[in-house]
Design a protein. Sequence first.
Length: 170
Amino acid sequence: MVFQPFESCKKTTISIAMSKNEDQTKYDLITPKIEESGWRNHPAPNVQLEFPVTHHKGGRLTGSGGRAKTLKADYVLTYKNTNLAVIEAKKESLGYTAGLEQAKSYAKKLEIPFAYATNGHKIREVDMINGTVQDVDRYPTPEELWHRAFPNTNNWREYSLIWMFGETDI
């Protein structure tokens, strides 16, 4: 019998690679996909991390008189000073829809038109405006998401944003 030391290392490496925790999944898999869709390259959009869903200090009151942990969305995508999407991330070993109800709940509380759930490999999208749910291969660009949220041109909205925030901020 020939000793093959690298065979056991290969198995270990594979099992470690598929057991990323949520933070590592966000860093390695989700954030790059968000950036590939133009959210960091565009001068105006913003990717907000750990966005507070509940605004009161210390979270909601619990039955025992204590405070619950403040709810935070993993990502909120903002364009033209408008929150357009919430993304709920889960570690890659979980199903990609594991955070779907949480994403929908956050989107509803924050009045955000799109919710996404992902494990870094697959993405489920919920259009909170018309209720459609679908799997998508990528996140929409800032412009795509803006036009889906606001399909009708509204010159007043566009000009008031320029007036309020300056052209570089929209």
